[in-house]
Design a protein around this ligand. Structure first.
Ligand SMILES: Cc1cc2nc3c(=O)[nH]c(=O)nc-3n(C[C@H](O)[C@H](O)[C@H](O)COP(=O)(O)OP(=O)(O)OC[C@H]3O[C@@H](n4cnc5c(N)ncnc54)[C@H](O)[C@@H]3O)c2cc1C
Length: 438
């Protein structure tokens, strides 16, 4: 694959991701080199597979976690680092067991799971509950945002804290977004370190972990399943694929159930002190409404992490994307003009979108499952769903799951969101922003 293709499809090596700097790549896990037995084989070690492996190990389930590259190679090592403790919509809950009541209960209790796990397992991953700030330039945009987010408050999922112009100035350091709403449980995380920390914790509790171990085939063996890699095999009662937007051909059904969308991330060099004090002095993550085209967070190294959707056909052009972000930064924080804000790392990754905007738990055949399609908010939902599914597998009681078990259905026009967002919405939004309309 050429470098250009790798950027276009979100397959660039994870070493390009800002989350692997400055500490470097996590230690590698050995290849599977023999035939082993397990209760559960987990395929894919991103946030979902890592959480599943960890929570199964906590419950004493004999688990083998197989990753085609190394843990955190997929979207989990290359996302934007925002901890978004919300549900994008509650409409899909109508199809959940009990109308979603028990799922909502679990979500209420565990929507801070990334911080909780980081604390519990001493995972050094910059997990900070620094708040999720949604900024608007007009009262009308704020009112619309509050109206469409009210269900979060009504269902006691998240407080909506309205922010005055002075409070917005204090938290963002900018006068450009005088209206705002804060979700206090939001924040930031280094998702690569978080994923690898969960994997290491799972291994300490007994999960076998193998990197460079792509699952190539899956076949029934009596009432169990054998998954084979180039170096060995695992025979397990159950196999759970956690391959999200990076599925291979081993289970074609999981290749067709989502709309892929390539997104990019940029990590700047550590900002000069004056810029750090100016941009988001409150430390929260920052999104804009109605169009969130410059989501922003800074990390413990004083870097900004910027993200968006790349220009079609120019995904590897860091200079163009950084220039576009810098124009917005200078508009939003005019005091930073002339300060040294420079890009350091640039990468792309692949998001798995679905029409419902909800992830799912899928049954292909008895004993073969998929836990995937986390859209653009996997930092909370992937660990949370891993925990939920682990509990049901450990009790051998999938009927008790608070989420539905569905069959993976192929989506029609798989490239449609890439086309609509990449070719229509984002270019239009960028033009509107340049002209000062948003
Ligand atoms: C640029 C970008 C920005 C994002 N920003 C945010 C954000 O700010 N906040 C947020 O909450 N979410 C965000 N997301 C979404 C979030 O990153 C994902 O939802 C989440 O990482 C999905 O985790 P996962 O474990 O399901 O998949 P992944 O992390 O992609 O893991 C899947 C793994 O499966 C492995 N695999 C595939 N096939 C096989 C096989 N046959 N054998 C073995 N292994 C296999 C792959 O190598 C890969 O490592 C963003 C995503 C991107 C791309």
């Amino acid at each position: 694959m050429t470098r250009r293709d790798a950027y276009d499809t979100g397959m660039v090596d994870v070493a390009a991701s800002g989350w692997t700097a400055p500490q470097g790549l996590a230690p590698s896990w050995p290849q599977l080199a023999n035939d082993v037995q397990a209760d559960v084989a987990v395929v894919g070690a991103g946030l979902a597979g890592a959480s599943l492996g960890l929570h199964l190990a906590e419950a004493g389930v004999r688990t083998c976690l197989l990753e085609a590259r190394q843990p955190g190679w997929g979207a989990s090592g290359r996302n934007a680092g925002h901890v978004l403790p919300i549900l994008r919509s509650v409409k899909p809950l109508a199809a959940f067991p009990g109308g979603g009541a028990s799922f909502l209960e679990v979500f209420r209790e565990h929507h801070t799971l990334p911080y909780d796990l980081a604390r519990q397992y001493a995972i050094d991953c910059d997990a900070v509950r620094s708040g999720y700030i949604n900024g608007m330039r007009t009262a009308r945009a704020r009112d619309a945002f509050v109206r469409t987010s009210q269900y979060l408050e009504d269902l006691r999922l998240q407080h909506l804290v309205p922010l005055s112009a002075a409070e917005m100035q204090g938290l963002t350091g900018s006068n450009d977004y005088p209206f705002g709403v804060l979700f206090p449980d939001g924040g930031r995380i280094n998702p690569y370190l978080f994923t690898n920390g969960m994997v290491a914790a799972a291994a300490r509790l007994g999960t076998r972990v193998h990197g460079d171990s792509e699952v190539l085939t899956i076949q029934p063996e009596g009432r169990r399943w054998r998954v084979r890699t180039a170096g060995g095999s695992v025979v397990a009662d159950r196999v759970v694929f956690c391959t999200n937007a990076y599925p291979t051909a081993v289970e074609p059904a999981f290749q067709r159930g989502f709309h892929p969308l390539t997104a990019y991330g940029i990590a700047t060099k550590p900002l000069p002190e004056a810029a750090r004090k100016q941009i988001l002095p409150g430390g929260g993550t920052f999104s804009q409404a109605p169009l969130d085209i410059n989501p922003l967070v800074h990390d413990r190294h004083g870097r900004l992490i910027l993200s968006s959707i790349p220009r079609v056909g120019h995904a590897m052009d860091m200079a163009w994307h950084f220039a576009s972000q810098l124009r917005w930064i200078h508009r939003t924080w005019p005091e930073t003009r002339g300060m040294r804000i420079e890009p350091d790392r640039y990468w792309t990754g692949r998001v798995a979108l679905t029409a419902s905007q909800f992830p799912g738990f899928y049954e292909l055949q008895k004993g073969v499952y998929g836990l995937m399609y986390f859209n653009a908010w996997g930092n909370v939902m992937a660990p949370l769903m891993g925990k939920i599914v682990a509990a049901a597998l450990a009790r051998d009681d999938l009927a008790a799951l608070p989420i539905p078990v569905s069959r993976p259905e192929p989506v029609s026009h798989q490239g449609k969101y890439q086309w609509i967002i990449g070719r229509l919405l984002l270019p239009a939004a960028r033009t509107a922003q340049r002209l000062g309309f948003i």
